[in-house]
Design a protein around this ligand. Structure first.
Ligand code: BEZ
Length: 210
């Protein structure tokens, strides 16, 4: 069965452009954004991988390691990384799994045969430091992802954890967050009397995080 939100990320060993990794030993105490792309040397994938590469410092700042994957060989990965570096100056300085036997793609439900039997879809798994899957995105072969949204979602997850709040529509850093709604009449009455939060109504209240 495909892993779902809340599951512990399935463990695996894989060859990557940065050497062999065992996932359970990878990025200790860090978040991982693990993502697949359909194929090396293809145009949309090149834009996406370049997006991850050029914004890597933003992932670093969020204590997050990047881990790419496609159903290609290490040689194809190396050739593509070098080709993009030569042509654009962008260097994919994070491990990319060479999943030639489709082991990891199948384990994570990245191979969705009605979309393609040979190429992984564009999946993104957000995995927390306890290796729990916290958010999953799937995009088809013909539409690239949105890097602003990937970073926004990562920061929203981390902010939610840190402050015990939930994030409203379009939340971004600096915006107010939603405080948990009351679970009893006592809590409801306390919420009504609480002027420190911005209340739309008793079950929808927001507060500033700084
Ligand atoms: C692309 O990245 O451009 C691509 C890859 C596989 C199928 C279609 C497009």
């Amino acid at each position: 069965m495909m892993p779902r939100i809340g599951d512990i990320a399935p463990d695996f060993v894989a060859n990557t452009t940065k050497g062999k990794i065992k996932f359970s030993d990878f990025a200790k105490d860090k978040w991982v954004v693990m993502f697949s792309h359909p194929a090396d040397f293809t145009p949309v994938c090149t834009t996406e991988m370049s997006g991850f590469a050029t914004r890597k410092s933003e992932f670093d700042a969020l204590n997050t390691e990047l881990l790419g994957l496609s159903i290609d060989s290490i040689h194809a990965h190396l050739g593509w990384v070098q080709n993009v570096r030569e042509n654009t100056g962008v260097y994919f300085d994070f491990p990319i799994i060479a999943d030639l036997d489709m082991k990891v793609s199948k384990l994570y439900g990245m191979l969705q045969p009605n979309e393609s039997e040979t190429a992984a879809v564009r999946a993104v798994f957000f995995i927390d430091p306890k290796k729990k899957i916290r958010l999953i995105m799937y995009y088809p072969l013909n539409v690239g992802r949105n890097m602003d949204e990937i970073l926004r979602a990562l920061e929203a997850l981390q902010t939610s954890d840190k402050h015990g709040v939930a994030m409203p529509l379009d939340w971004k850093k600096g915006d107010k967050a939603i405080v948990p709604p009351p679970k009893s009449l006592d809590e409801l009455n306390a919420r009504l009397a609480d002027d420190s939060v911005e209340k739309v109504t008793w079950y929808l209240a927001k507060k500033s995080l700084n």
